[in-house]
Write a protein that binds this ligand. Sequence first.
Ligand code: NDP
Length: 284
Amino acid sequence: NLTKLTDTYELNNGTQIPIVGFGTWQTPDGEVAEKSVETAIEAGYRHIDTAFAYQNEKSVGKGIKDSGVARDQLWVTSKLTGNDHGYENTKKAIDTSLNNLGLDYLDLFLIHWPNPVAFRDSWEEANAGTWRAMEEAQKAGKLRAIGVSNFRPKHLDALLKTATVTPQVNQIFLNPSDLQPEVVKYNKEHHILSEAYSPLGTGKIFAVPELKTLSEKYHKTVAQVVLHWSLQHGFLPLPKSVHKDRIIENTKLFDFELESADVKTIDGLRGVAGLATDPDTITW
Ligand code: NDP
């Protein structure tokens, strides 16, 4: 019974996170990023997802400021890049992202990848230090929520050995192409919210015939069907677009409900837009 973009999920530390976030990966730095973020906020999004690695934090921050919407009405997420794991690096990286965005706190900060190349042989120790820095920043009020991204159960198990705070969020590749059932189950059992990145398969789901059929059945676009499906699963989708008409289209998600047979059809589309990347194989 979600009815609007400003509805929230409650995270395991009691913070309320808006149920749809606006994605900014591959959004060019400068005017495109500024404008798309400002347009998204005008269209009603109250949740913006960026990362140091996207190299557009400054423009995203400008778009947020230009929107004129009060800071406490917005949810802003950024992420720790692969070179900055470990306690000292992480403390600095949090301040760098805050400075880039022109903010004095973030709503959510995530470890972007569990075992980037720079820490491939020492990722457990590096993440333990990172997490300690994030817990401290959360206590100090710089981060309202803390979490991880692209973590599999083995990475979470390792983190939880020394963590005093359970991650609030795990942001993972989650769309009709890959439901990552083991990760989603683990998240649920630990009260970690599953955020759905690439909810539209980075644009690769639009040609899937089954989705076109459902789009016709519900008189909704493929994007709307798939984003609604994501919400029906209890995920938090993060659609990205740099086009105003699509940015708006991706907000019109609340005047229909998918029948359970159709949800199952979409669940069965595994592989149509590739599968989640195994963190052990990333090359950065
Ligand atoms: P999405 O799955 O959101 O798909 C975006 C693509 O679909 C773009 O090419 C966009 O084109 C197109 N598109 C968007 N809406 C529509 C529409 N209504 N009709 C037709 N085409 C549309 O892609 P992302 O992979 O960017 O994922 C979304 C966000 O998730 C990222 O931006 C980022 O914030 C996050 N993410 C996080 C990762 C992580 O490691 N934690 C990894 C990947 C993503 P156009 O822009 O030209 O309109």
